[in-house]
Design a protein around this ligand. Structure first.
Ligand SMILES: *Cc1c(COP(=O)(O)O)cnc(C)c1O
Length: 342
């Protein structure tokens, strides 16, 4: 039987509509600004996010990196949550390549930054490096897919503006955040100077992320992308899938939230498992009785893939390749994995 792959929504396969669009995409040399499909995707993305311009990059990591290097001068500090993807999962790229430092503020369980801690991190004076940018993440991966509200984003943006620095929003899963709150991605992105999002996660495209912001900022980010080796040629081949993703794959994310809620409810009924509250398509469960690695291995042996996510925690992510019956099978496997422990 095919494994039930709940490791990440990045494992999604392109749909047949995407493959057709890719096969017939009109392309050109995007490094020369001549790929009409890439230009169209960038226009569609900018309009959706409510920003002037957008830039296609190969990955979410490069979208964040290009944003940070464009916003900051060497020696400045990136102020961000201590469990943000930028700090935890991007190999310190902004330090290595941009001479930037990281100043972390504790993330609260809902993915926001405590106002007083943020103010302290942004306070002028002292011997610390000056802040160059503030970052938020929506949805917040390590905070179990928590969705930040427009008001929370606005409040952090105000603190950043008071300190004279821009706000970058890592919106890898911002479409999930918007659906969960019955709002639009433009509303969520409005307080931010720049926003990045992934086509390659729940939206199901094979490759690509977009960085969106003002026209002058994006023009400079385009140069940064070139420096990072991220300028591409006939990228319209996969940009075409991105256009389909934005046209056809957004509303269906609600189904992923539904399967995630069902999974969490079932896991909560299993002794030794305690799921964190579910907001979107990410379920993080605290495991007791056995260690996380053993739990993950037993599930894998039963054909269910998930990921260890810090000590005693395991992450499951729902996506387009997961149906209700898969969730029921995963629950049976999870229950047996803990029975075997007894
Ligand atoms: C996945 C992710 C990224 C990075 O995207 P890649 O395409 O894997 O480089 C950045 N931020 C968050 C919150 C993510 O979940």
């Amino acid at each position: 039987m095919r494994p039930i792959d709940l490791r990440s929504d990045t494992v999604t396969q392109p749909t047949s509509a995407m493959r057709r669009a890719m096969a017939s995409a009109e392309v050109g040399d995007d490094c020369y600004g001549e790929d009409p499909t890439v230009r169209r995707l960038e226009e569609v993305a900018a309009a959706r996010l409510g920003k002037e311009s957008a830039l296609l990059v190969p990955s979410g990591t490069m979208a964040n990196l290009a944003a940070l290097l464009t916003h900051c001068e060497r020696g400045q500090a990136i102020v961000c949550g201590d469990t943000s993807h930028i700090v935890r999962s991007e190999l310190g790229g902004a330090a290595t390549l941009g001479g930037l430092t990281y100043r972390t503020v504790p993330n609260l369980a809902d993915g926001t930054l405590d106002e007083r801690d943020l103010a302290a991190a942004l306070a002028p004076g002292g011997d610390a490096a000056g802040a160059g940018v503030v970052c938020l993440e929506n949805t917040h991966n390590y905070c179990a897919g928590a969705a930040l509200s427009p008001a929370a984003t606005q409040s952090t943006a105000r603190a950043a503006a008071d300190a004279g620095v821009p706000l970058h929003l890592d919106g890898a899963r911002i479409f999930n955040a918007a659906l969960a709150q019955h709002t639009t991605v433009a509303e969520l992105a409005a307080p931010a100077t720049s926003v990045s999002f992934c086509l390659s996660k729940g939206l199901g495209a094979p490759v690509g992320s977009l960085l969106c912001g003002g026209a002058a900022f994006i023009a400079r980010a385009r140069q940064t992308r070139r420096m990072l080796g991220g300028a591409m040629r006939q990228a319209g081949v996969f940009a075409a899938a991105g256009i389909v993703a934005l046209d056809e794959m957004v509303e269906r994310l609600a189904g992923d939230h539904e399967t995630a809620r069902r999974l969490a409810a079932g896991l909560a009924d299993i002794r030794g498992l305690r799921p964190l509250p579910v907001a979107t398509n990410i379920v993080i469960v605290e495991v007791s009785g056995i260690d996380g690695a053993t739990f993950v291995r037993r599930l894998r042996d039963a054909g269910v893939l998930c990921m260890e996510f810090g000590a005693g925690r395991v992450r499951f992510v729902t996506h387009n390749g997961i149906v209700a019956a898969d969730i029921e099978r995963a629950l049976v496997a999870a229950s047996s994995a803990l029975d075997a422990a007894a």
